[in-house]
Design a protein around this ligand. Structure first.
Ligand SMILES: [Zn+2]
Length: 570
């Protein structure tokens, strides 16, 4: 402890000196100078340069002063007037889902069902008999024409059967909350027209009780099981190797987008073990903060996994639990207080047993773990806050940093309750502008105006609002998300309830310091401050001053993690 204090005071000394005239004789490893800096640190304004040693920031100041700290051995990065900011933290994404999306069919841009069928046909031609054809990202609201025939806008699976009779097909909805499958996948999963809906799930059937091909929420588990049976035929080494390949691609995608830290919204213990092995061998590039997604019994018997803190030199921390209480709005899974405006009598799906969630909440409270509950609908948000409050009231002043993931559609009366119980609203600005075309259809005007994507109202109430993309639900691109945060503009250019816009500073803060705070890592990262990790990005646009429309075309020039340049486009 004394050593840490001593180091800190030396570092403080270094900064104070750097702001005047640095006296240190010790050379630094890297300097970045001539930058237009956003530090996210209220004390460190008017900075144009930074000095780095042993992976951490040791000084910030003027270019002239910082250059004096360099020796011949020092790496000198001229930012050439470009924008320099703290490494971007993805506040809610799915690292394994991102990896697998990079090796499967990408259906995000498909403008019609026919386009998707053609992609599956192409994949089926190349596949070995029995191989699964996996795709991700379709969204019926993005199709220009409705498929014929259809049920509720969904096509029938026969169109897929025609092009892939022998290969099971699994196409995940953009939200991840429903999937589309063919007859072969249904057969392997044992699903027939007679199969009853599982609790919290829907096997979508038409008026004649015929399976359409869409499985919502927990109904997808039957397909997962069939897929796992196929996967488990491979050895653990083979499975680990293909996971590692996807993981590596995912980290590459992060670095390319300026992401130096990633909050993973749901790894199982197997994935945690694989990540830990990479951390221990010094192979993790990005800093990962993981929410474990497992059932209550598994959580209790694997408590050891939660001792992972800053493994691999600050690259892996596992001290949070994720539970999904409902689904997504697009796929009618968000759990609402009142029925959907465009599906009579339907209030969405409660996808996790309330008593089990209460037990997990008590477990997290006892073990000082962060609890992160996915809640999209207003009913799911209300239930979550109720369950949180039951634990937090035991010690209301405690620093728990429990989070509601998404907090998308809230009853206005819930906002002060977030503040009352100090709950973090872990939101994703890009969901607002992507969902906007169907929000009024699903919720009606009143609920859309008063309760949808209320990030400014949360901020005004003093609630911490974080940011991220929920990748692979959306692209990982943080600049598209920041653009959404500050404009609320949909693709057609219309702003969705613009009074809820963030300022540029608020948006940048939400992606840096707020995200660091929401993982108990605000002392180590989130701002450019002396003593913190040298996680830094250099961008080709000044996100504070550039033209609003230019934000979305921002390009990353360099991504630096722990003082090392891990991505450079120059
Ligand atoms: Zn998610």
């Amino acid at each position: 402890m004394r050593k840490i204090l001593l180091t800190l005071s030396i570092l403080t000394l270094l900064t104070t000196q750097a702001c005047k005239e640095p006296q240190t004789t010790e050379s630094v490893d890297t300097i970045i100078f001539n930058g237009a800096f956003y530090t996210a640190d209220s004390i460190q304004k008017n900075v144009t340069a930074v000095a780095i040693k042993d992976g951490k920031i040791v000084a910030l100041g003027s270019t002239e002063d910082i250059q004096k700290m360099a020796s011949e051995k020092t790496e000198k990065i001229d930012a050439k007037g470009n924008f320099v900011m703290p490494g971007i933290i993805e506040g809610h994404g799915h690292i394994h889902g991102l990896g697998s999306s990079l090796v499967s069919l990408n259906l995000m841009e498909a403008k019609s069902w026919d386009e998707i069928v053609a992609m599956v046909a192409e994949a089926a031609k190349k596949a070995k008999p029995g191989d699964w054809i996996i795709g991700r990202g379709w969204h019926q609201e993005k199709w220009n024409t409705a498929p014929q025939p259809n049920h509720m806008g969904y096509p029938y699976h026969e169109s897929l059967d025609a092009v892939s009779p022998n290969n099971p097909v699994f196409l995940s909805h953009a939200s991840g909350h429903s999937c589309y499958v063919n007859a072969k996948a249904l057969e392997l999963s044992g699903i027939t027209d007679a199969t009853a809906n599982p609790s919290g799930g829907d096997i979508v059937k038409d008026g004649k009780k015929k399976i359409v091909g869409v499985l919502e929420e927990t109904a997808q588990r039957l397909i997962y099981q069939a897929y796992e049976t196929w996967e488990n035929q491979r050895s653990e080494a083979e499975r680990n190797a293909s996971w590692a390949k996807m993981f590596d691609l995912a980290e590459g995608e992060c670095l390319k987008n300026g992401i130096t830290s990633f909050h993973d919204a749901g790894s199982n213990f197997q994935q945690v073990a694989w990540m830990k092995a990479l951390a221990d061998s010094g192979k993790l590039k990005v800093r990962h903060w993981v929410m474990v997604r497992e059932g209550y019994t598994n959580l209790k018997t694997n408590k050891e996994a939660f001792k992972i803190k800053d493994a691999g030199n600050g690259k892996l921390t596992v001290q949070a639990v994720k539970v999904s209480l409902d689904g997504a709005l697009g796929s009618y899974g968000a759990w609402l207080l009142e029925p959907y405006s465009d599906r009579k009598g339907w209030v969405g799906l409660n996808t996790f047993n309330i008593d089990s969630l209460k037990a997990i909440a008590a477990f997290c409270w006892e073990n000082k773990l962060q609890l992160c509950v996915h809640a999209i609908g207003d009913k799911a948000n209300r239930e979550t806050i109720n369950i949180f409050a039951e634990q937090i009231q035991k010690q209301p002043s405690s620093d728990h940093r429990w989070r509601v993931e998404h907090a998308q559609h809230v009853n206005p009366s819930e906002i002060p309750r977030f503040k009352q119980w100090n709950v973090i609203a872990s939101m994703q600005s890009i969901h607002c502008t992507s969902d906007a075309p169907f929000v009024e259809k699903r919720l009606g005007k009143e609920r859309a105006a008063n309760g949808a994507y209320m990030w400014k109202a949360f901020l005004n109430a003093g609630v911490v609002v974080t940011n991220g993309t929920d990748v692979p639900v959306e692209k990982i691109d943080p600049f598209a998300c920041i653009y959404a945060a500050v404009t609320r503009k949909q693709k057609n250019g219309e702003a969705f309830y613009p009074e809820q816009k963030m300022t540029r500073e608020e948006a940048l803060y939400s992606y840096t310091m707020a995200n660091a705070y929401s993982s108990f890592q605000d002392k180590e990262k989130g701002s450019l401050s002396v003593g913190k990790y040298a996680d830094i990005v250099i961008l080709d646009k000044n996100l504070l001053t550039c033209d609003e429309e230019a934000i979305k075309s921002t390009k990353v020039i360099k991504t630096i993690v722990g003082g090392k340049t891990l991505y450079s486009n120059q």
